[in-house]
Design a protein around this ligand. Sequence first.
Ligand code: C2E
Ligand code: CA
Ligand code: CA
Ligand code: CA
Length: 313
Amino acid sequence: AKDAGGNRYELADPDSDARAIDRHSLTTRLPTALERDEFFLEYQPLIRMSDGHVDGAEALVRWKHPVHGLLGPDRFIPLAEHTGLIVPLGRWVMEQAVRQACAWHEERSAEAKAAAKGGRGAKNGKGGGKSGKSGKGASEDYRPLRVNVNLSPRQLHHPDLVPDTVAVLEGAGMEPSSLCLEVTESALIGADEDELKPLRQLAELGVEIALDDFGTGYSNLANLRRLPATTLKLDRSFTQGLQQHPADPADVTFVEGIVTLAHALGLAVTVEGVETEHQASKLRDLGCDTAQGWYYARPGPASTFQKGFAVTL
Ligand code: C2E
Ligand code: CA
Ligand code: CA
Ligand code: CA
């Protein structure tokens, strides 16, 4: 296999036999894979830290390859980005995710109505009570679950981003505020006003914008004011630093500072990669608004939400 643009695929990796699958064969298979419906989405819940409720879910794409089996996005998103297939694939992801969010919303509403009528509370999902709370009032259940969708740099710069997004929202009859587009901080570094325009337009329509992997890039913090973001998603590396006893003081200071700054700018803070209760409580104490990670739930099929979304995890 040749080395297109950098050595990052050649790094030693426990996965190296898998990495050795010819990238060329994956790349040529990508367009057919979309036609043949080989992609599917998993969803990972986003937990509101103040009360442990599920606030939304991030859609994460997977490829069920007929020969190589289940492939994670790190294996093929860079290839799709490179070839441009990310544009139709990304559009497909957004459409699936938005439809799914609408289906959840309908189920939630129906379930809450039934519960109000019959007095039978919404059922508890498995693993209930992890955050120390379980099954609460049904009033909560009418609020649509937000769905988060990742956007690659190529999609961000594609002229159809705004019309496609609007068409997907209108087609599903979903409120723009129930969609959150996740854009990496690095994709926006150095973007000029023209390049930010599509995101700004979407933000003006009410679509939420999250800066993904925040803290890993080199963006100027003052630059934040200029970006149409509504949420910062703190990268997993900071969550990892908080796992130590005592927590790495540099990470604590960093998270504290970012939360203060974000809140002062009217931005919410989501933390990724929360794997332990220790991290969760630390991050809650530091004022983070929303959390995501294996401690709460691994990414899973949409059906796990259909049973568990009405209750706290
Ligand atoms: P990301 O956007 O930073 O997504 C979070 C990644 O962290 C996911 O990996 C998720 O499964 C993983 N994760 C969640 N909780 C934990 C945890 O507690 N511990 C650890 N160690 N990991 C956790 P995944 O699903 O393999 O996705 C990898 C990346 O692929 C994503 O990183 C995102 O950049 C990209 N990606 C996924 N789906 C899409 C998509 O539809 N479009 C685009 N453009 N990129 C996507
Ligand atoms: Ca993301
Ligand atoms: Ca991320
Ligand atoms: Ca990441």
